[in-house]
Design a protein around this ligand. Structure first.
Ligand SMILES: [Zn+2]
Length: 313
């Protein structure tokens, strides 16, 4: 072999080494095959070397740097993990694409239909047909909520979530609601039994990004848990955290009450993942349940589950 040939082959070896990514051993994926409507689900990729991943889901993209995880087979391990959500009205198969280095891994997630219950509620008429003079206030509330939910910060969410109050479910997530005989949007949170003045605790580590008295929600707190994951607490008697304050999982953030559009004292507990409202109840256990029907209410407890027929819409 001439010196020139030797140099060329050495160069080829060097170039090949440079071109092959650091995560050359195959990524280990953890992606569910099916997820029910209104559920959030964790997705992760793991490797023996650091990497960055870009997750494309619904209309959004989120870049995540892998973080050190527990060693696998004596090798170091790096994990990029994200929480994603299936909207309440999603149908069919939804595509998930994950870009790592120059490669894209494609997945298809089957969405399972859920037979959402219906709730008939009676509230003061001003909460069904808001008077003219509060329209501006409602629009302002919406704008504040939209701005808070647009934040994308570093991950602080952890599973399982901490149950904010011990009480049972009085009105489940996803219920189609009829207020004073008029149909309204489905319930975007879970109502938990909680007496006036009882402590309300943070579902996970986070930052208070909205603390205000809203027309429908009454005294409301939004906690930002990073990566577009937020928890929402409504109808509070009082908030004990200020805007921008960092809170720890399980920390008391408020007292429950009956402010805003309510039928009595309770906590409305919401959970929003990149703009999509999901049922928080399955996230109170770990691993979270990613399939299943609506979280059962107190009224339904003890009854044998009814067969749900597939209704055509
Ligand atoms: Zn509610």
């Amino acid at each position: 072999m001439t010196a020139r040939k030797l140099l060329t082959s050495a160069l080829i070896v060097l170039l090949a080494a440079l071109a092959s990514p650091a995560w050359a051993d195959p990524l280990r994926w953890n992606v569910p095959e099916r997820v029910s409507q209104g559920h959030a689900f964790p997705v992760s990729a793991e490797s023996s070397a650091p990497f960055a991943a870009v997750f494309s889901w619904l209309d959004g993209e989120l870049a995540v740097n892998a973080e050190p995880a527990a060693a696998k087979d004596g090798k170091p391990s790096w994990k990029a993990e994200i929480l994603l959500a299936v909207p309440l009205d999603a149908k069919g198969d939804l595509p998930l694409a994950v870009r790592v280095g120059g490669e894209t891994e494609n997945f298809s997630i089957r969405t399972l239909r859920v037979a959402w219950p219906q709730s008939i509620l009676k509230v003061p008429p001003r909460y069904v047909q808001p008077p003219e003079d509060v329209q501006e206030k409602i629009a302002r509330d919406r704008e504040h909520s939209r701005k808070a939910l647009a934040l994308r910060t570093d991950r602080r969410w952890t599973l399982p979530l901490h149950r904010p109050v011990p009480g049972g479910i009085t009105s489940p997530f996803g219920g189609r609601r009829v207020f004073n005989g008029q149909p309204r949007a489905p319930h975007k949170g879970t109502d938990l039994r909680s007496p006036e003045g009882a402590p309300v605790r943070a579902a996970a580590d986070g930052t208070a990004v909205l603390v205000e008295d809203q027309y429908y929600g009454g005294i409301t707190i939004y906690l930002d848990h990073g990566q577009g994951v937020f928890s929402v607490y409504c109808h509070l008697l009082q908030a004990s955290v200020a805007m921008g304050e960092h809170v720890a999982r399980g920390q008391v953030i408020a007292r429950s009450g009956s402010t805003g559009r309510v039928t009595g004292a309770h906590l409305h507990f919401g959970f929003i993942v990149q703009g999509v409202s999901v049922d928080a109840m399955p996230l109170l256990s770990f691993p979270p349940a990613v399939t299943g029907g609506p979280s059962r209410s107190i009224a339904e407890k003890g009854r044998t589950p009814q067969k749900t027929s597939r209704r055509k819409k």
